[in-house]
Ligand binder design. Structure first.
Ligand code: 4NP
Length: 157
């Protein structure tokens, strides 16, 4: 993808029901606020929840921020994502390893950890909140917002 093409950003976690829907929602809001023209989606490396809406705890967390994500539907990372998206962002190290393992030779996407884009948080994961409590979803949302703001600054810059 050339430097002038519209960016396309894909957020990837394991199930596409907890973290990446929050990352997608936070980034959608920040991109809209900044007037950034960008394609946005999320996916999971696993297929267990394909077709499901986000986890009710993620839905509640987004709704607290005024964002309704109930219409999102989980999907699995697909081969064409590696050429359709300019940026593929992993929530944790395992996601990153799984994405890299599936990347075709002709991938054009820049693949990285989402928190690598937040100054001072390089290498950090957005921890999997699935087996956790509400506080873990709060942490996921806060990380997603910090990453969304940093990523918009980077792409708009
Ligand atoms: P996510 O969380 O990767 O943030 O969507 C998870 C969702 C489901 C499972 C694990 C993590 N699971 O084991 O089904």
């Amino acid at each position: 993808m050339s430097g002038t093409a519209k960016p396309a950003v894909l957020f990837v976690c394991l199930g596409n029901i907890c973290r990446s829907p929050l990352a997608e929602a936070a980034f959608r809001r920040e991109a809209h606020k900044a007037g950034l023209d960008v394609e946005i989606d999320s996916a999971g490396t696993g297929d267990w929840h394909v077709g499901s809406p986000p986890d009710p705890r993620s839905q509640a967390k987004a709704l607290e921020a005024g964002i309704d994500i109930s219409a999102q539907s989980a999907r699995q990372l697909a081969l064409e994502d590696f050429t359709r998206f300019s940026h593929i962002l992993a929530m944790d190290q395992q996601n990153l390893a799984d994405i890299m393992a599936r990347a075709p030779n002709d991938t054009t996407a820049q693949i990285s950890m989402l928190m690598d884009h937040v100054p001072g948080r390089e290498g950090a994961s957005i921890a999997d909140p699935y087996y956790g409590g509400e506080e873990n979803f709060t942490d996921s949302w806060d990380d997603a917002v910090a990453a969304a703001k940093a990523l918009v600054r980077e792409l708009a810059g």
